[in-house]
Design a protein around this ligand. Sequence first.
Ligand code: PRP
Ligand code: URA
Length: 235
Amino acid sequence: MLEASGESHTKLPMQGIAQPTRAEVLNLPRVHISQHPVMAHKMRLLRDRHTASPEFYQLVKEIGSLLAYEATSSLALREQTIETPLQETKAYRLAGGIGVTPVLRAGLGLAEGFRQVIPDVQVWHLGLRRDERTLQALEYYNRLPHEVDLQVCYAVDPMLATGGSAIDAINVLKRRNIPRLSYIGIIAAPYGLLRLSQAHPDIDIYIAELDEGLNDVGYIVPGLGDAGDRQFGTF
Ligand code: PRP
Ligand code: URA
């Protein structure tokens, strides 16, 4: 967060930038906003400033599981024959590997929730840090394998603010030639959602809720504050 003192002479990064409204981005193609009542219930708890770090982290994991369930609903299946204790029958398995890329640090809780739904996902860690003065994302860590055989990879990061981090994360994943990519976030600002959708019109975007906008320093409002700090207790 920018220091309030001594910065009044400096133009704040979002000052003077026109932002789209919620209504203008609600019907973007390939954008899925959760309509689940359990999600709305958990989001109330997550946003509340009085929710302490351990409960916040737990909620991020639970929301990650709900989003994983929604985002994987159209995955390809392969038929196989199995034996129940009574007889043979046809059954199905997921066709091809699944990857999840948590954008460090705040994506870690979401990835953990994702793994509770699909335990055998590959987890590819990618470190991006937003410079709070310029709002540009900087890559500082990359453990993406080079030999890849996945049907889909999900970039997961709770906050889609200006969209810079999400656009960069998908750019990095695109260099791995995975047939299908998706982005999973918890809260999006219309500005970031529009930028991500325009930069990567070929991916699906799943979010829990769409907020009103960004404040002058690039924080989502009403938002939930700093998702990384609240998960890991670093205030
Ligand atoms: C936050 C958040 C996103 C990014 C969103 O991470 O988790 O990665 O900011 O902002 P953007 O859409 O404007 O790029 P941050 O850089 O604060 O790092 P952290 O996860 O380590 O807290
Ligand atoms: N990152 C966060 O953690 N929160 C915001 O509101 C914006 C970026």
